[in-house]
Design a protein around this ligand. Structure first.
Ligand code: ZN
Length: 167
């Protein structure tokens, strides 16, 4: 278990499509454990493997008490619409307005390699979409409703909001 450095947006790996995980083995479980530690320490509500320099389709999300691990996630359903401020641990100090689906269902594999579905609305739905975007090399700054909504947040404010927006 380890807290890993989080790469910021200049890192080329954040712009690449991550590869599918062929098999969920101990090395993947270690990656998942380290990603959870890193997400909790940040603090953030989600983290994708490319953010810690690993080009594999692995994401962890924790918007409430439940920790979700998704290996090779795919969106099964997305409906409705929500517009809200979003941030990213790889774009520190900035938030911007992003339109997302309100409710989503994603499927993938859990840490034991078993198929799982994660269903969420609101913040959880936003985090799932944000993390799957990371696996496709997309950052929230690509999805702003308009560039004008991107703004710098003060450190204290950022800390207060980190749990809402950092992913
Ligand atoms: Zn992010």
């Amino acid at each position: 278990m380890a807290v890993l450095p989080i790469l910021t947006q200049e890192a080329p790996i954040l712009r690449q499509r991550a590869k599918r995980v062929p098999r969920v083995d101990d090395s993947i479980r270690k990656l998942i454990d380290d990603m959870v530690d890193t997400m909790v320490a940040a603090p953030g509500v989600g983290l994708a493997a490319p953010q810690v320099g690993v080009g594999l389709r692995v994401a962890v999300i924790k918007t409430d008490q439940n920790l979700h691990t998704l290996v090779n996630p795919e969106m099964v359903k997305a409906e409705g619409e929500q517009i809200g401020m979003e941030g990213c641990l790889s774009v520190p100090g900035y938030v911007g307005e992003v339109k997302r689906a309100l409710r989503v269902v994603a499927r993938g594999l859990n840490r034991n390699g078993r198929p799982v579905r994660v269903k969420g609305d609101g913040l959880l739905a936003r985090a799932i979409q944000h993390e799957i975007d990371h696996l496709d090399g997309i950052l929230f700054t690509d999805r702003l409703t308009s560039l004008g909504t991107l703004r710098k947040v003060e450190l204290e404010e950022e800390e207060q909001k980190a749990e809402l927006v950092g992913a």
